[in-house]
Design a protein around this ligand. Sequence first.
Ligand code: PMP
Length: 294
Amino acid sequence: YYNENTIIFLDGAYVPAQQATASLYNQTMHYGNGVFEGIRAYDTPDGVRIFKAKEHYERLQYSAQVMHIDLPYTAKELELITYKVLELNGLKDAYIRPLVYLGDNMSLTPTAQVHVVIMAWEWGNYLGDKLLKVRTSSFQRPNPKSCFVEAKVVGHYTNSILATTEAKNNGFDEALLTDAAGFVAEGPGANFFMEKDGVLYTAPLGNILAGITRATVLELAKELDYQVLERLFTIEEVKQADSAFFCGTAAEVIGIAQLDDFVFPMEWEDSIGAVIQKKYKRRVAHNEYQNVYI
Ligand code: PMP
C-alpha cells in the first residue's frame, strides 16, 4: 500500500506514510468506533477524476454524524484534499481510503479528539475479473436495530471478515449474506443484483449499505431501459435466477458464476450485468455524464 515515497494526509498536513503514527490508546482500535470510505479515482480524458466524490464524502459525514463523531471538514474540503493526495503521489487510477479515527478514550463514550487520514494507492479490482464462485454465508449482516447499517463504521467490518474467511476456507471466492430476517442482503463489501426473465432484482435499502455503485447501477439500468425491482427475495429465489453480479467501488461490477452448487444458466456475456459492467467502466473511466462538482 505504501513505500518510502508515499504521502498521506493526516490532520491538516501532507506527511510521509512511514512517519505517521497513532496512539495505541485510541478508541477506534479498541472498540471499532471510527468511520471510513472507499473511493476510486480514474484517469479520464479530462484528467484524473474522483468518481462521485460528493456522494462518498457525504456518506462519510453521515457515518460520522450517527456515530457522534464531529468531522472537522466539509465534503468539498475533503474532495480537494484528496485531489492533492493523488497529485503528491502521482496517482491516476487509484483507490482512496479516507479514515476518521478517534483519540484516546478507553470508555464507551463519544470522543472529542477526531483524526482524519486520507491514503491512496493503486489497486486492481478487489474481486478480480473472473466470474465468482459465491457461497451463502452462515453469517448474517448486522441487525439494523443493533447498529446503523447504512454507515461505514470500522467495527462493522468484522462481520465482513468472518464471512469472507468462511467463504474462502470452503473453496469459494466470495460470500453472500442474508439480513437478520433471512432475506438476501449483500456481499461483505459489495451489493448484490440478480437477473430473472429480463428484470433486475436487488435488496431494498434498510438492511444493507446504500452502495454508491448500486445507485450508479440503478441509474445505468434506467438509462438502458431495464426494469429493476428493489425488493426482498430469498436465497432460494436466487437459485432460480438467470444471472447475478456484485457491485461496489473496489470491485466495480463483477459477474457471479455460481451460488453454492447452483450454476447460473445464462452466459455472462448475454446478461444484463455484462451490459451494465461495460457501461459502468465507460462512465467511470471516461468521466461520462459525471456530476461536475469541482
Ligand atoms: N456493501 C458493503 C458492506 C460494502 O462495504 C460496500 C463497499 N463500500 C458496498 C456494499 C458497496 O458500496 P459502494 O458501491 O458505495 O462502494
